[in-house]
Design a protein around this ligand. Structure first.
Ligand SMILES: *[C@@H]1O[C@H](CO)[C@@H](O)[C@H](O)[C@H]1NC(C)=O
Ligand SMILES: *[C@@H]1O[C@H](CO)[C@@H](O)[C@H](O)[C@H]1NC(C)=O
Ligand SMILES: *[C@@H]1O[C@H](CO)[C@@H](O)[C@H](O)[C@H]1NC(C)=O
Ligand SMILES: *[C@@H]1O[C@H](CO)[C@@H](O)[C@H](O)[C@H]1NC(C)=O
Length: 294
């Protein structure tokens, strides 16, 4: 059985020699590892007063991961990761004030306990960021809000690329939900929308974003459930990205507020610290997270 299982693991890897980072969670990994950030994820971006396992759970055999990379039949090779926010999901960054405008829980890719070292390894040359996303049927998002669910964030707070759901934040608030609220938006560094796809919460949505760190380009591939990935953009310039600006690979749920009319003009645009949050419990499921070198 052990031998069979490891064979399955080989089959599931894309081309394992090119695999730089594997965030596909084996069944041997326990939830307790999330609380100590001892696995492939740094789990520090979460509500200040609760443990990581208050906001995230490895679902064991109770949910099926994306069929795209779990092709060896049953059991699949990885566990689904549930990531949730609630009203306590107020992150307090080191040395900064609490982020009362946001509600956020994010996993950051790390290897050997070090996200920084991994960034340097996976953000040169041409690398492909894979991730699959499904709705949490019990904890739907509120499409009147903006969500940032996957992004690579250099230290200046910009995103090399990002995946957005919901209604893009505007000040003043426009008609909600926005027309494209129920779609994934794949954004470049300048926030141009490169690709949109309707989010059907009951299905796995598979993304692969190819980043050329030297030529500063992006290319998006996409599929649903077990269908093969297909290119949905050509290789596009990432016009405002800067050479050497690498950063942490985040995935999870980051919910922006709605403008509070009672706030001052300055506070209305300070989405990090101000604005309205209903405090609902919401979540997404992830699987198929890995990075390979082309
Ligand atoms: C949510 O949290 C904020 C900030 O701590 C608090 O002001 C608000 O009353 C809470 N809302 C609910 C519904 O608990
Ligand atoms: C953590 O809990 C304390 C005590 O209840 C509360 O005063 C504080 O605002 C909480 N911090 C955050 C970031 O929610
Ligand atoms: C993590 O990696 C970076 C870059 O290689 C290195 O500078 C740093 O010392 C490492 N941190 C730890 C805790 O090992
Ligand atoms: C969703 O957000 C909108 C805008 O803030 C709010 O009016 C609505 O009550 C929220 N819905 C739920 C279920 O919390």
């Amino acid at each position: 059985m052990a031998v069979l299982f490891s064979l399955f693991l080989c089959v599931a890897s894309v081309t394992s020699s090119n695999l730089i980072y594997d965030g596909r969670v084996p069944y041997s990994m326990q939830n307790a590892a999330l609380d100590t950030s001892s696995g492939p994820f740094l789990t520090a971006v979460k509500g200040h007063n609760e443990s990581a396992t208050h906001y995230s759970t490895l679902l064991g055999h109770s949910a099926l991961p994306t069929p795209l990379w779990n092709t060896a039949g049953f059991p699949p090779t990885e566990q689904v990761i549930s990531i949730r926010i609630d009203n306590t999901s107020v992150f307090v960054p080191g040395g900064g004030p609490p982020q009362f405008g946001f509600r956020r829980t994010e996993f950051i890719a790390q290897k050997a306990g070090n996200a920084t070292a991994l960034d340097a390894e996976m953000e040169t040359g041409v690398t492909v960021f894979h991730f699959s996303i499904k709705g949490d049927g019990q904890r739907p998002l509120n499409y009147s809000h903006e969500y940032q669910v996957v992004f690579i964030e250099p230290s200046d707070g910009t995103h090399v690329f990002g995946i957005q759901l919901g209604s893009p934040f505007t000040n003043p608030t426009g008609a909600l939900p926005a027309p494209n609220a129920h779609s994934f938006k794949v954004l470049d560094h300048a926030l141009n929308v490169l690709f949109t796809a309707t989010f059907s919460p009951l299905r796995w949505h598979n993304f692969a974003v190819t980043v050329d760190w030297e030529r500063l380009t992006l290319k998006v591939s996409y599929s649903i459930e077990g269908s093969a990935l297909k290119s949905v953009t050509s290789t596009l310039m990432n016009p405002t990205a800067t050479p050497g600006a690498i950063g942490d690979f985040h995935f999870g749920v980051l919910k922006l507020p709605i403008v509070n009319q009672k706030d001052s003009a300055a506070d209305k645009s300070d989405v990090v610290h101000h604005g309205i949050q209903e405090g609902t419990t919401e979540g997404l499921f992830y699987s198929g997270v890995f990075v390979e070198r082309l």
